[in-house]
Every structure is written in structure tokens, then in C-alpha cells.
Design a binder for this molecule. Structure first.
Ligand code: PLP
Length: 968
């Protein structure tokens, strides 16, 4: 309860036995009578009886979740306000990779706060994702133009991990020098260096920091790659052409970590000879968020696209020959390549990349240049004023950042500025850094100058930008080349145009605000408005990750509270919320295991056992943690093959580092013998990693920390209500038992080697979205969370039972029940009719649905996870669509219609296709567009027909196509 809550609150009253304002009744879609009807079909008396039958007694938790009582939405918002009040906003001039920015309100409200954008899933089904794919293609085009490199991906997790990815990329792609060091500019951001060093240690390559001003001769060994920072952490802008040429002369590849805004004034790294550019797109309209989520970018030179990590949007054509977007070159990704993937990244930062791209669309090249020039003017004004007062600057070529030498007085100056409400960067004991940004005003610059002169007893006055001389960007590095020339960056200057563009794109997509998204393993549940509201409050959103502790009291209270709640839920001892995706949680967990073995002197333990059915990120993460993947077979019934497990353990005696298992398994069932598996691996000296992506089947019923796990990651963007954002943000907390706690990730900004290897740029990763999960737990309480799990079990078992006669469920566990998802097996139908699971996925679009998970974990199947948030009406609508599709499959099987001519194969149907006057298909227009009971009023028409993915990969185009190509 908050201090100012009234004594008798309406929530204390009850209505028909239910607490008024009980949020769990809003979160859970099916009400009591609907649940009764569903239980009847499944064959159980009550939710408790169903859970007792489904969940093996060997793993059931004995006690109810020890969480605080549930709050109403009003109460939770009041508590969040009280926490927000404990944070202090300030003028943020710390810089070091994070800069304040103005989020145009039209973008804040219509992207960040609009469920049409934030509740969308990753665009694997491209026909219903054209809007967000276009926005992400704009992002790629923007990055390509600014960096001068032809291929850019659709975001990475943060700048520090992007630098690490770039180093690994150079090690993969360099054909001239295959082994050798990664040299790193001494001007690199400290957090990037720490994350890179953490990665290099696990993989066993050298990272050597050098002062590039003295050339590369100082390092004599082989060099695979060089990483430069432009502008440097001190703010210096240097002409890097010579050092880039020198590195390339030695066979090295070159990465430039570059600030995107500065690239409007500084020549593109690609044109200076760099092979790779990485960095953060945060200052393009994305709030500081106490460290994240922010989109990082990566761009590479021609011919290197197949080694690129992360998602890549490309242009292909649909069945009518019109341009259409889809994810390109997916064969690089972990879903297919597993331990040979280009990286472990799955969820990236799509929503934030979309905001950044729209910031560029809204401002255009001229607007961005004006913003950059103003920022640069403030930096020059600052440099001239401080130099005029007699202070020594570390360099005289700033873009936005000036670093001032103040021997032994740095802390005093920073404290004086703080008194004035301004945060500066303490760069050791002898220097202070000041970064200007889009929000900086002349008055702020005057205040900063005064903080220096008053503290140090100097005379000085403000020199305006116009009068500042001698602090220019070096002539040889000034930007000459054009950028953002595509019409899309020139046609949305008015707010009306911008608003309509955003609406047009979001209307092309199917997100949770229109339909259930029954994606197995992804848990697309409600992202409640009350959970979302706090994230854009300035007291949360405008806090710099390196702000002094006394300004972040509320943030840290919220975060440690959430970590404690997650520990209580999972049965582990400690939780770190630092990893900013499930994949990074896996890496953090595996690095903890590695650190533990090394600390015990077990340096031979490098084998990671992974079941054949595991998510692709598991294998890719194991490789990044320096482990060897050994695959364990799946038994007939979908469980881990016990004989194969024994054989693999014996074959690798003394070398087992870990097993990674998903529980309930990716097959959607609770394996009854999971304790035996854990014990066998423990007996062999290994640690047990339980992938917690399926925690929605466990919360309140069983705890991985208690039934054998040593470490798990969770996906807060699955189980704990952070929206999927069209492919990110995510949060992948890592939870451990006590013995692994010393190995949880530490603060990259303060890390100097040690067991607590950081995985993200900032201490609390994607802190900005944590209020969502915090609110969810508080709103539900222990009993509500447990009921949600039971309701999720009920929904999945209901779908499985109702569809049993049409599509058999591949695996069931004890009592013939599934867990929170079910795999519908289409392989026999495909054998009989030729209709594939993909045809069914595409045909569901005509019925207005997003497809279930296709071909994972078993090819030829669809994995359905309805979640607890769907009501019975929506679940029935889905079931009816699936039954109606079964009749269409039968028509093909019985040769009533040819497969190629069938509505299944020719789905999805665009409006243009069904109104075409030359319609000559073997079925009616009505059957095409309005199959079954599809609503005439609320019809969703996909903007494109079925897309040719392979064709697009053969002829790769990954930037905005010319407008004319859309003319029909
Ligand atoms: C989603 C998922 C992951 C990866 O999580 P990301 O946040 O996308 O990196 C890992 N394992 C399983 C089983 C998953 O379903």
C-alpha cells in the first residue's frame, strides 16, 4: 500500500465473492462459466484437478507463492508513481554512449504507446507484417546511408554487444588473417570494451587496447580486426583513414563504432575504408530508459552479408509479382544453423529500431543535419568558453563531447554541476566529460561553464557557437557524401502526414490488438495498459544509466523488488535482470557455469549437452560461451532419450559442463523424469541449465530452482507481459542457485576482469521496460499468477481436445494431457493431400488469424499456445477456422480440387486478388476472401499475397526499393 492510499479502498469490497478490481479477472480471458465449459470438454472438475493431473507430482511445489497480495490497477499505478518520485531527473550530459533526445510526441503516442505496434510479433509471417517490415527496412536504409556500407541488419541488442558481435564477425569473415588479435582503440566506450573482453575470454582470443594515434606498429602479432570508436569516448573526432589503411595493409578487417547523429557531419566509415560499422540508434528519439532498451545497428561491406548476425529485412515479390518484404537469409540464423549460426541473437530491438527509423523519416536528412549542427555548436561553444577560462581540453575536435582536464578537481566540478541539476561524466580523478545533445540549450551551457569557473576560481564567460573558433571537425573528415536520399525520408514533414504513415503501416499488420497470436513457445499474452503506462514517465524514461545512485533510488528499488519476486517464483536464490533477451540470458547463465567450473579447477569441462528438440539459441549460446555442443536424441514419446543421455555422458566423462533443457520441453509436455535427467548430469559433475521460456506452464505450480536446475533464464517478454514489439525489446533475466551467484553478470562500466562477466552495456540492461513485469506481478499476486498458469493449461488442453479429430496432438504427457501448448501434427495430412503446414499457416490469414509456430520443434507441425489471456469466444473462432481448413484439406485429399488450384495453396488472398475482373480460380471469390464464418464487417485483408522467400534471397535487396516499383 502506498502512503497516501485511502484507508478504505473500493478494492476491499467484494462483489459475488470476487474482490472488486481484481485484475486477474481482466488478465485471464475465460471467466468462471467459460472455464467450467472448457473443463467439461477436457474432462476435469476444476482447474486444480487439471493441474494435479497434468503436472508430475515429483516436481510440484509444495507451498503457495510467497508474494505480496494483489493490488488493483489504481493501486499499482500509485505505487509506481511513488517509486518514480524517488528518482531524480536531471540535465543528462554524461554521454558515453547515451544522450538525451526528444521523442517526437507523434512517435511516442503512435508507436511506443500504440498496441498496434508494440503487441506485434517478430515478422516471420511476412504477409501480415508488411508494415513493420517496411519500418525496419527504413531503419536498414538509414543505417546504410549514414555509415556508407551497403548491408545493415534490423537491429542488435545494444552498442556493447554489437561491438562484440563485430569482433566475432571479423573473426568469421576475415579470409586473409584467420587467427590473431582484435586490436581496440583506447577511445572505445568502457562498457563496450568490457563486454568484448568478457566474450573473448570464453572464446580464447586476444583483445589488445592500443592508442591508434601512434599507428599499429606497436603491436607486432597477427591482427584479425581493428575496432575504432568515432567520435572517441573523450569526444574527439579523428581522421581515421590512415589507421584504417594501415590495418587493411596487414590483412585486418576494420570496424568503426560510430555515433549515428555525428555521421551527418562526419564522413561515412564505409567511405573511409571500414568493413563494418556498429553503434547505437538510441539518440534518434529513443528515451534514455536508464540504459535500455535501445536499438544497436550493424552494417557491413558488400559480399559479407552471409556472415552478418541478427535479422535482415529484404525485398522479394508476392504471387502477383508485386514487391513485398520478408526476413532474408534466415539460413544464417540459429533456427536453422544452430551451433553454426552467425550469432545467438533471436529477439532484437525491433520496436526501438522502428522509433529510430521514424525519427529519421520525420526529420529527414536536413532536419537531422540541423540537429547535429546545433549539438555540435553547443560543444564548440562549451570548448571555447572553457578554454577561454584557461582550462586545458583533452582535444580540440569535438562533435558533441568536450573532455576537460582538471587535475584532482574532477569530482568537485561534477558535484558543482549536480547542484545545478546537471549530470557530467567523471572521467577518472582528473578529467570531466560533457556531452551536448538535442535537448541542450544555451542556458545549460552557461550553467556548465559557471560550474567549472566557480569551483575552480576562474574568470570566464560564455563564448557563443558563432564566435567559437578552433574547435572544428577536422576538414579531412567532414561529410561530403549524401544520405537519406530515398523519397521516404523526404515526404513526411507534417504531423498529419507522419500520423497517417504510421497508421497506414500498422493497419497492414496483425498484432494482438486484432487477433490471438497462438504462437507456441512465444506466449503472446495480454500486455495490459496499466502495466505499460509508467514506462514513458520522465522519472523512469529520462534517467541516464550512469546517473549517480542517489538519483536512481526508485529505479533500483523497483529492480531489486522484481528480482526478488522472480527468485521467489522460480525457486532460485538470486536473479540478475541484466540480459536484454532470452539469448543473452542463456549466454550469461552458461558463462556463470563456465566460471564456476574454472573456479573449481575444472578447466576440462567444455561439453554442453543439448536435446535435439532445443531452441536454436541454446546451441548458438553454448558456442559463444566457449562450449562444445553434443546433441542428445529425442525418444519416441518426445522426452529426452535416456539411453542416449547415458551414452553421451559416458562418452564425455569428466568433460560435461552442462545440459540445457527446456521445461516443460519444447514438445509442450511435462517430462515426468526430469529429476532423473538432472541427477544424472549432476552425478557426472555437470550443471543443469533449464531454459525458462516455457515458465508460463510452471508459475505457481513448480519451480525449476527446486526440481534440479542450477540456472535458468526467463523471458519477461513471454511469461511476464513485456510486449514483443515486433521482434524486441526483450528481457532475459538469469536466475541461479547460490553457488552460481558470484558469477552473475556485473556492471560493464566498472568491470576490470573477474568472475562477474557482463553481457550488456548497462548494469540493468533493458531497465526501461521492467515496470511492465513489476506491475504484472503486483497486479496478480501469487494466487492470481497460479490461476493464470492453470488457465493457460486449460486453454491448451481445450484446443488439443477440440481439434483431436481433425489434427492429432503429437505429444502428450501423463494423463494424456499437454502443458501450456500443443503440437498439431499435420504430417499425415500432408502425405495424403500435399497440403503443408505452411499452407495452413497462410490460409489462417484469410480467416483473420496469425499463424501458430510453424515447423518448430518438429517439421510439418503447428505449435499452438493460446495463453490464459484469450477468452473462449476467440479460442472457438480459432478452432472453427482450423476445422474449416481441415475440410479444405479433405477436398484436396479427395481430389475435389487440385492442390495448386486450391484456396489453401493460393492463400492468403488480397483484396486486389478477389476483386480482379479476370478472376478465374477454381473456387469462388467469397470462398477465397470470406472462408467459413469470417466476418464481412471486420475483414483483415493482407496487403500482399504469398511471398517468394527463396527468390528474394537469390536476388538480395535490403534497402528501400524505388517508389515506382510499387506501381501496378
Ligand atoms: C524464445 C525462446 C528463446 C530465446 O529468447 P529470445 O528472447 O528470443 O532471445 C530461447 N529458448 C526458447 C525455448 C524460446 O522459446
Amino acid at each position: 500500500m502506498t502512503a497516501n492510499a485511502p484507508e478504505t479502498h473500493p478494492s476491499d469490497e467484494t462483489l459475488r465473492g470476487q474482490r472488486v478490481g481484481d485484475f486477474s479477472l481482466r488478465h485471464i480471458g475465460a471467466d468462471e462459466s467459460a472455464q467450467k465449459a472448457m473443463l467439461d470438454v477436457v474432462g476435469y472438475e476444476s482447474l486444480d484437478a487439471l493441474a494435479d493431473a497434468a503436472v508430475p507430482s515429483t516436481i510440484r511445489q509444495e507451498e503457495a507463492l510467497a508474494l505480496e497480495d494483489p493490488r488493483t490497477e489504481a493501486e499499482v499505478l500509485a505505487e509506481l508513481r511513488a517509486l518514480a518520485k524517488k528518482n531524480q531527473t536531471a540535465v543528462q550530459m554524461i554521454g558515453q554512449g547515451y544522450y538525451d533526445t526528444i521523442t517526437p510526441p507523434v512517435l511516442r503516442r503512435n508507436i511506443l504507446e500504440d498496441p498496434a505496434w508494440y503487441t506485434a510479433y517478430t515478422p516471420y509471417q511476412p504477409e501480415i507484417s508488411q508494415g513493420r517490415l517496411e519500418a525496419l527496412l527504413n531503419f536498414q536504409t538509414m543505417v546504410q546511408d549514414l555509415t556508407g556500407l551497403p548491408i545493415a541488419n534490423a537491429s542488435l541488442l545494444d552498442e556493447a554487444s554489437a561491438v562484440a558481435e563485430a569482433a566475432l564477425f571479423m573473426r568469421r569473415a576475415n579470409k586473409k588473417v584467420k587467427e590473431g588479435a582484435i586490436l581496440v582503440d583506447s577511445e572505445i566506450l568502457p562498457q563496450s570494451l568490457a563486454v568484448l573482453q568478457g566474450r573473448s575470454e570464453a572464446l580464447g582470443f586476444d583483445v589488445v587496447v592500443i592508442d591508434v594515434a601512434n599507428g599499429l606498429a606497436q603491436y607486432e602479432g597477427d591482427v584479425v580486426g581493428l575496432v575504432l570508436q568515432q567520435p572517441g569516448v573523450s569526444g574527439v573526432v579523428r581522421d581515421l583513414k590512415d589507421v584504417i589503411a594501415e590495418a587493411k595493409g596487414r590483412g585486418a578487417m576494420v570496424t568503426v563504432a560510430a555515433d549515428l547523429l555525428s555521421l551527418t557531419l562526419i564522413e561515412a566509415p564505409g567511405l573511409q575504408g571500414a568493413d563494418v560499422a556498429v553503434g547505437s540508434a538510441q539518440r534518434f528519439g529513443v528515451p534514455l530508459f536508464f540504459g535500455g532498451p535501445h536499438a544497436a545497428y550493424m552494417a557491413v561491406a558488400k559480399g559479407l552479408e552471409r556472415s552478418l548476425p541478427g535479422r535482415l529485412v529484404g525485398v522479394s515479390v508476392d504471387d502477383a509479382g508485386l514487391p513485398a518484404y520478408r526476413l532474408a537469409l534466415q539460413t544464417r540464423e540459429q533456427h536453422i544453423r544452430r551451433e553454426k549460426a552467425t550469432s545467438n541473437i533471436c529477439t532484437a530491438q525491433a520496436l526501438l529500431a522502428i522509433v529510430a527509423s521514424m525519427y529519421a523519416v520525420y526529420h529527414g536528412p536536413d532536419g537531422l543535419t540541423r540537429i547535429a549542427e546545433r549539438v555540435h555548436g553547443h560543444a564548440r561553444s562549451l570548448a571555447a568558453s572553457l578554454a577561454g577560462a584557461g582550462l586545458e581540453l583533452l582535444h580540440d575536435a569535438p562533435f558533441d563531447t568536450v573532455t576537460v582536464s582538471v587535475p584532482r578537481r574532477a569530482a568537485d566540478v561534477v558535484a558543482a554541476a549536480k547542484e545545478r541539476g546537471i549530470n557530467l561524466r567523471l572521467a577518472g580523478t582528473d578529467a570531466v566529460g560533457i556531452s551536448a545533445d538535442e535537448t541542450t540549450t544555451e542556458a545549460v551551457i552557461a550553467d556548465v561553464v559557471a560550474a567549472f569557473t566557480e569551483t575552480l576560481g576562474l574568470e570566464g564567460e560564455l563564448v557563443s557557437a558563432d564566435a567559437a573558433e578552433g574547435f572544428e571537425i577536422p576538414e579531412s573528415t567532414r561529410r561530403e557524401s549524401e544520405f537519406l536520399t530515398h523519397p521516404i525520408f523526404h515526404s513526411h514533414r507534417s504531423e498529419t502526414q507522419m500520423l497517417r504513415y504510421l497508421r497506414k503501416l500498422s493497419d497492414r499488420d496483425l498484432a494482438l490488438d486484432r487477433t490471438m497470436i497462438p504462437l507456441g513457445s512465444c506466449t503472446m499474452k495480454l500486455n495490459a495498459t496499466a502495466e505499460m503506462e509508467a514506462i514513458s514517465w520522465p522519472e523512469f524514461a529520462s534517467i541516464h544509466p550512469f546517473a549517480p545512485d542517489e538519483q536512481t533510488v526508485g529505479w533500483r528499488e523497483l529492480i531489486s523488488g522484481l528480482e526478488d519476486d522472480l527468485a521467489a517464483i522460480t525457486g532460485y536464490d538470486r536473479v540478475s535482470i541484466q540480459p536484454n533477451a532470452g539469448s543473452q540470458g542463456e549466454l550469461a547463465g552458461l558463462l556463470a557455469i563456465r566460471g564456476y567450473h574454472l573456479a573449481n579447477g575444472d578447466s576440462n569441462r567444455d561439453v554442453c549437452l543439448i536435446p535435439a528438440s532445443a531452441h536454436g539459441t541454446n546451441a548458438a549460446s553454448a558456442v559463444l560461451a566457449g562450449m562444445r555442443v553434443v546433441v542428445v536424441a529425442t525418444a519416441e514419446d518426445g522426452t529426452i532419450d535416456a539411453a542416449d543421455l547415458t551414452a553421451k555422458i559416458e562418452a564425455n566423462e569428466g568433460r560435461i559442463a552442462a545440459i540445457m533443457i527446456t521445461y516443460p520441453s519444447t514438445h509442450g509436455v511435462y517430462d515426468g523424469d526430469v529429476r532423473d535427467v538432472c541427477e544424472a548430469v549432476h552425478a557426472a559433475g555437470g550443471q543443469v541449465y533449464i531454459d525458462g521460456a516455457n515458465m508460463n506452464a510452471l508459475v505457481g505450480l513448480a519451480q525449476p530452482g527446486k526440481f534440479g536446475g542450477d540456472v535458468s533464464h526467463l523471458n519477461l517478454h513471454k511469461t511476464f507481459c513485456i510486449p514483443h514489439g515486433g521482434g524486441g525489446p526483450g528481457v532475459g533475466p538469469v536466475a541461479v542457485r547460490k553457488h552460481l551467484a558470484p558469477f552473475l553478470p556485473g556492471d560493464a562500466n566498472a568491470w576490470h576482469g573477474g568472475a562477474d562477466v557482463p553481457v550488456s552495456a548497462s548494469r540493468f540492461g533493458s531497465a526501461g521496460v521492467l515496470p511492465i513485469s513489476w506491475a504484472y506481478v503486483k497486479l496478480m499476486g501469487g494466487a492470481g499468477l497460479t490461476r493464470a498458469t492453470q488457465a493457460a493449461l486449460l486453454a491448451a488442453n481445450y484446443v488439443s481436445k477440440r481439434l483431436a479429430d481433425y489434427y492429432p496432438t503429437l505429444y502428450t504427457g501423463q494423463s494424456g494431457l499437454v502443458a501450456h501448448e500443443c503440437i498439431l501434427d499435420l504430417r499425415e495430412l500432408t502425405a495424403k493431400s500435399g497440403v503443408t503446414a505452411e499452407d495452413v499457416a497462410k490460409r489462417l490469414i484469410d480467416y483473420g488469424f496469425h499463424a501458430p509456430t510453424l515447423a518448430f520443434p518438429v517439421a510439418g507441425t503447428l505449435m499452438v499456445e493460446p495463453t490464459e489471456s484469450e477468452d473462449l469466444g476467440e479460442i472457438e473462432r480459432f478452432i472453427e477456422a482450423m476445422i474449416s481448413i481441415r475440410a479444405e484439406i479433405d477436398a484436396v485429399a479427395h481430389h475435389e480440387i487440385d492442390l495448386e488450384a486450391s484456396p489453401l495453396r493460393r492463400s492468403p488472398h488480397t483484396a486486389a486478388a478477389v476483386v480482379d475482373s479476370s478472376w478465374d480460380r477454381a473456387y469462388s471469390r467469397e470462398e477465397g476472401a470470406f472462408p467459413g464464418t469470417t466476418s464481412r464487417q471486420d475483414k483483415y485483408f493482407p496487403p500482399v499475397g504469398r511471398i517468394d522467400g527463396a527468390g528474394g534471397d537469390r536476388n538480395l535487396v535490403c534497402s528501400c526499393p524505388p517508389i515506382e516499383s510499387f506501381e501496378n
